[in-house]
Write a protein of this length. Structure first.
Lengths: 316, 126
């Protein structure tokens, strides 16, 4: 199939592993799905410490279920990407470990405090869910199938995130202040979630022409703001003055792009942002620490104690 | 030799189990599958796989979803509203449907209740 045919036929769930697709399509789809899969994994690592740090048993259970789901989503997506025949799962996981694999801007920032968790669990996941719902209509069938299962599960994640936000926002004065501080810190990053405006997005045209993407960054950002700005206000969060968000007469929001730190954004996009590097390296260390588990599954009898005498390590 | 047959009705939909055929090899299995399972019902693609290659675990051997209370895994547990965003509402509707099906089937999982085909979702991750 040539690009012309692909563009002509492009529609939801149109292409699968049996189709002879041009390299350009397969590479673009791989880039997109690998990015998505990497983000699931890096997001899970960011939230994992809160299984321990959560203030109640209910929250611990929900966080452990959520982290488990996200790792599962990563696995589903690596399978969907692997089907394109460009990269193997092993290659993609290696790339993530050695700093070549790209992932969402928000997951490059450290998250250390409990009151920060709704910033990821409600706002970032909500933004991701908005985008993922549109990807049920992507032209790469295995990707759409992964989305069916991911979207099924994701409702719990976002409601859990909102439940934490509500608890903090209706809690003590101190809690309200802390969640407001966290919001101010995270809000600009959340606004950058959907990337720069479409006219500056490098991969948008091709991906939408071949049906991989069904909605542009601008439209997604609008839809997100329409649903989530009122939520932030409902919980008494004050929207920072900067970055400015202008509301047009038609009810459309316009983020003043110049108010956002695009140097930092592009630095992150290249995996060159210091704190992000640390996240990458700490996941790499966790992966290496439990290499013995994978090895002993693949080669029974080769586990620790069998010949090396090493003490088995845990991921953390 | 027995081959299990999976039919996909339309491009982009899921292959779902629809029966099995006797055949000495894959090629013959594909031919019989077309005749037995692809003639009347709308069919876009068929898969065949040797029955002995299929692994199975059933409700006799395990308790799917575990035996402890896992309500913390469900959107319905959290009483914030879901209708502020269509995609969250859709996710919750799917979870409610899955929970209803589980409740209706109860412990009487015997007989399998046909195929659990809704087009997509099975619930939790591994």
């Amino acid at each position: 199939m040539d690009i012309g045919t692909v563009t002509e036929r492009a529609s939801p769930r149109q292409f699968g592993p049996k189709d002879d697709l041009p390299e350009e399509y397969r590479k673009a789809a791989t880039r997109m799905i690998q990015f998505h899969a990497n983000s699931e994994i890096m997001g899970a690592y960011l939230e994992r410490p809160f299984i321990r740090q959560a203030p109640s048993l209910d929250r611990k259970l929900a966080f452990s279920a959520k982290v488990q789901d996200e790792i599962g989503h990563g696995q589903l997506l690596y399978r969907a990407a692997e089907n394109l025949g460009v990269k193997t799962r092993g290659q993609m996981l290696d790339e993530l470990a050695n700093g070549e694999g790209k992932f969402l801007n928000c997951f490059h920032y450290p998250m250390t405090e409990w009151w920060e968790t709704p910033m990821i669990g409600f706002f970032v996941d909500g933004a991701a869910m908005r985008r993922q719902a549109t990807l049920k209509k992507t032209s790469w069938e295995p990707y759409a199938h992964a989305m069916d299962k991911i979207c099924f599960e994701e409702g719990f994640h976002i409601k859990h995130g909102e439940s934490i936000l509500r608890e903090l926002a209706t809690g003590s004065r101190k809690e309200q202040e802390l969640v407001q501080d966290a919001f101010e810190e995270w809000w600009p990053r959340i606004l950058q979630f959907f990337g720069p405006t479409d006219d500056q997005s490098t991969h948008h045209d091709f991906a939408s022409a071949v049906g991989l993407k069904t909605m542009g960054n601008d439209e997604l950002r609008q839809a997100f703001l329409n649903a989530y700005l009122p939520k932030a206000r409902k919980y008494g969060l004050e929207i920072p003055e900067y970055p400015r968000i202008n509301e047009g007469e038609d009810g459309r929001y316009e983020v003043v792009e110049d108010d956002l730190d695009w140097d930092e954004f592009w630095q992150i996009a290249k995996n060159d942002y210091g704190p992000g590097r640390q996240q990458i390296d700490s996941r790499k260390a966790a992966r290496e620490a439990v290499a013995w588990v994978r090895e002993s599954m693949e080669t029974p009898g080769s586990g620790p104690g069998s010949d090396t005498g090493d003490t088995p390590q845990a991921a953390d | 030799m027995i081959w299990e047959v999976f039919r996909q009705e339309q491009r982009g939909k899921y292959h779902t189990h629809c029966g099995n055929v006797h055949a000495p090899d894959k090629e013959m299995a594909l031919m019989f599958a077309q005749i037995q399972h692809g003639r009347r019902r709308p069919t876009h693609s068929l898969w065949v796989t040797p029955r002995e290659e299929i692994g199975e675990v059933d409700a006799e051997e395990t308790s799917f979803g575990g035996t402890t209370d896992k309500s913390y895994r469900w959107a319905m547990t959290f009483n914030t509203d879901e209708d502020f965003a269509a995609e969250i509402a859709a996710s919750q509707r799917e979870q409610e449907a899955a929970e209803r099906e589980r409740a209706e089937r109860g412990d009487d999982a015997e007989g399998g209740g046909g195929n659990a085909e809704g087009g997509a979702e099975e619930g939790e991750s591994a």
